[in-house]
Design a protein around this ligand. Structure first.
Ligand SMILES: [Zn+2]
Length: 174
């Protein structure tokens, strides 16, 4: 191999290295803010058996767990709260606050992860919210939360899972 060919080879390998290095550096698999997803069309009954009966009752029958019943209420570590059904990351720890209600409370979801609707289940309108990917019910949002948003996302604990910082987030499941 002559010197010119070697140079060309060297240049090509530098270009190849740059090409392959760029996506790897830009891709942060464990960054909960950087998961892209499409809404699932899975029927709710199909989640039976994939989540606990208690979680199913909340997620897919819009139940509400008993106040103070979930250990996640007292979770204070750094980490990510994910949907218990499809594992979409919904909240990060620093937006959690103690509301005194007996339900895990947050004042700011990860952008784009929740969808809302109005429900009249208890006689007056409330804003229900659910996982934007699987549709699983999470809780209700009220306008009496702390700054900076002034919102209080009152979440059932059983419809989420907590992944401590340092542990890999599970892949989204269908
Ligand atoms: Zn979900």
């Amino acid at each position: 191999m002559n010197a010119k060919a070697l140079l060309v080879l060297a240049a090509l390998s530098i270009i190849a290295a740059a090409l392959f290095a760029t996506p790897a550096q830009g891709k942060k698999m464990s960054d909960p803010l950087n998961v892209s997803f499409k809404p699932l069309t899975k029927p709710r009954e199909a989640w039976k058996g994939q989540v606990s009966p208690e979680a199913y009752a909340v997620l897919f029958e819009e139940g509400t767990e008993r106040a103070g019943s979930c250990a996640l209420l007292h979770e204070k570590r750094e980490g990510t709260f994910i949907c218990a059904a499809c594992y979409l990351p919904l909240f990060v720890n620093h937006t959690k606050f103690e509301s005194g209600t007996g339900w895990p409370s947050f004042n700011d979801p990860i952008p784009g992860r929740l969808a809302t609707k109005t429900d009249y289940k208890i006689g007056y309108p409330r804003t229900e919210y659910h996982c934007a990917r699987c549709g699983g019910h999470q809780g209700h949002v009220f306008e009496d939360g702390p700054p900076p948003t002034g919102l209080r996302y009152c979440n059932n604990g059983v419809s989420m899972r907590f992944i401590p910082k340092g542990e890999p987030l599970p892949a989204l499941r269908d």
